[in-house]
Write a protein that binds this ligand. Structure first.
Ligand code: ADP
Length: 610
């Protein structure tokens, strides 16, 4: 009747034989150098296990023991070479290891054939062999454990499983040899055998983890991945940064050794741990296929998924390393799903860049056109006023009628050009504000005076202001420009005529000027566009009004530069009230914070007389 311990020992031996066979199969499939080293290591360990089984059944034999010693040392030596496949050892160390192997094997064979079992010398030799084995294994075990920290979840778990598995083996062997008689009783033996049996699956998953396990390992990274995808889609500034980030994640996600991204034009945009020539070879090897597994570098497998972009198909690819789990359907589906997010992100950056370029061109055009137009217009204006004033000779009846209209249009054009120049200055950050104490009532009066000469008979401008100064610390010239534009608009967008009422108030530390008209008004949906650059309401009832869509944009920016704001209340067909809010120079009661006050004003109607 076999004891529990014997059964477990047999199972563990069979397990290690299975491991050796599985590793050889894997090597046969992948043919990498690292796989070969691991296959030899586990294969030789399988020989040790098989010898143990044979000797258990047929009794000990000196030649088999000698083979066991050699296979045992060999299995440790090949783990060192496996490590060498990742991080090359220094040549003297490799040579020393080889010498140690040869000497160890020689001694092992001699002692196995000469010494009888059970002697103290024999135990010493066995301990020496286990220590030599430990010398081969110790460094790789420690190094893999340390290196696992900076790896993607899957790779990290595999490296840890590797370290744990071999460290476990080493510990069991050392305990078995050093523990001697103390460990030969029933309970410790069974425990050690159970641990040995448990090490079989641990070592197995370190080189061939099933997909379910890979998924579990990856779970911890999933939240991070979700955040990364959001980042890719919304925030990443440019295509290059996005590509770099994208391959970083593809690399982590699949536990790959290397990753790369190729744009629709076939340009290699980003790489990690792989050179361009190697990427080129993989791309050539894949031919016309857009997705799948292809030969990668040094016999490893490369996995490629398409990036479907507007200009064509790009690719994101990852290359397995010796420590990458087998790439399977799971991984390629994952990579493909990820690739579509990356493609969306790339499209977004492309659109953003395009818009930025258009905006830049718009600004450049604005700048150039306004400056180029200003010179000739000054000359035209000069001649226009000379003509109108009769300095160029008497005009006939029709000329006298035409001259003021021409002058009005010249002044209109001049105002437009000034707006364009001011907008260009604003965008260049070259707009200087010179604050000084001024009376808002005076500023509004001057603005009205500027508009009045060109007013038709249908319109009337009414000023309602307190009979004491409303002091503000502002750039008076610029505030006048803002108010003039508000009055100009009020007149322009009241084609039927009517009163334009300018109301100056001071309340809660905020000075305001509201310009109220009875004109066409603005639909609620159109309100958000008013203060944007070139923003104009576009429909059949507004399209015939001339304008640039710059006035309100500039007005709001200028107001904000002075700590103020412009708000609007309007409804289609029901007139509009635009209000300029400015911090008063001598705050009365209240907080004096324009932002807060302007908000509290907006819904209720800001026309208040102080
Ligand atoms: P512009 O008048 O040159 O088009 P603005 O920036 O001054 O540019 O005004 C932007 C848009 O806001 C105008 O095109 C017009 O549609 C709308 N708007 C401005 N003021 C009024 C107003 N008082 N009544 C109705 N619509 C207005």
């Amino acid at each position: 009747m076999p004891t529990a311990s014997q059964i477990i020992q047999v199972l563990a031996s069979i397990g290690f034989i299975g491991l050796g066979v599985a590793m050889f199969v894997q090597w046969w499939r992948r043919r990498g150098r690292a796989e070969a080293m691991l296959a030899w290591s586990l294969g030789l360990f399988a020989v040790v296990a098989a010898n143990g089984l044979i000797q258990r059944v047929w009794g000990t034999s000196r030649p088999l023991t000698a083979i066991t010693f050699v296979a045992f040392l060999g299995s440790g030596y090949f783990v060192l070479l496996f490590r060498d496949a990742f991080l090359p050892l220094k040549p003297p160390i490799r040579r020393a290891a080889t010498v140690l192997l040869v000497v160890g094997c020689g001694l092992g064979v001699v002692f196995a054939t000469v010494l009888s079992t059970g002697g103290a010398l024999r135990a010493g030799v066995t301990l020496a062999l286990v220590l030599t084995w430990g010398a081969f294994m110790g460094e790789p075990i420690a190094r893999f454990w340390m290196a696992s920290r900076n790896q993607p979840a899957v790779q990290s778990s595999r490296m840890k499983a590797f370290s744990l598995g071999f460290a476990g083996l080493l510990t069991i062997l050392l305990l078995a040899v050093i523990g001697g008689a103390a460990l030969r009783s029933q309970v410790p033996t069974v425990l050690l055998d159970l641990v040995a049996l448990a090490l079989v699956p641990i070592i197995y998953v370190s080189f061939a983890p099933p997909s379910i396990l890979r998924r579990i390992w990856r779970m911890g990274e999933e939240n991070e991945l979700r955040a990364a995808i959001q980042d890719l889609l919304i925030f990443t500034p440019g295509p290059q940064a996005l590509a770099e980030q994208a391959i970083g994640w593809a690399w982590r996600l699949t536990g790959a050794q290397a990753a790369f991204l190729v744009d629709a034009g076939g340009n290699i945009v980003a790489t990690r741990n792989i050179d361009r020539a190697a990427v080129q070879r993989i791309l050539e090897g894949k031919g016309a296929e857009v997705r799948g597994f292809f030969p990668g570098t040094e016999g490893a497998t490369a996995m490629i998924a398409p990036l479907r972009l507007t200009e064509g198909t790009g690719y994101i690819g990852v290359v397995a390393g010796s420590f990458t789990p087998l790439f399977g359907n799971d991984e390629i589906n994952l990579l493909e799903g990820y690739a579509s997010s990356v493609a969306a992100g790339l499209e977004r950056t492309r659109v953003t860049e395009r818009i930025a370029t258009i905006e830049k061109h718009k600004s450049q055009f604005l700048n150039l056109a306004s400056h180029e137009l200003r010179g000739p217009l000054t000359v035209i204006r000069g001649y226009g006023s000379m003509l109108q004033g009769g300095l160029l000779g008497d005009l006939n009846e029709r000329g006298r009628k035409a001259a003021p209209v021409m002058m009005a249009k010249i002044l209109e054009m001049n105002a437009l050009i000034e707006q364009m120049i001011e907008a260009a200055r604003l965008e260049d950050g070259a707009l200087l504000i010179k604050p000084e104490e001024a009376d808002l009532c005076d500023i509004v009066t001057s603005a009205i005076a500027k508009v009045e000469p060109v007013l038709d008979e249908k319109h009337r401008i009414v000023l309602v202001s307190p009979n004491r100064p409303v002091l503000v610390m502002v750039d008076a010239q610029r505030v006048q420009t803002i108010v003039t534009n508000l009055i100009d608009n009020a007149v322009k967008y009241s084609p039927e005529g009517g009163d334009v009422t300018c109301i100056v108030t001071l309340r809660g530390g905020v000075a305001r000027v509201s310009v109220k008209d009875t004109g066409i008004g603005i639909a609620k949906d159109d309100l958000p566009i008013l203060f944007t650059r070139f923003g104009r309401v576009s429909n059949t009832s507004t399209n015939h009004f001339p304008g640039t869509g710059l006035g309100l944009y500039l007005g709001r920016q200028l107001a904000r530069l002075q700590g103020g704001e412009i708000t609007v209340e309007s409804a289609a067909g029901d007139g509009s009230t635009f209000t300029l809010h400015l911090p008063a120079a001598e705050p009365s009661t209240g907080t004096g914070k324009v932002g807060e006050l302007s908000q509290s004003v907006a819904p209720g109607g800001g026309v208040q007389l102080s």
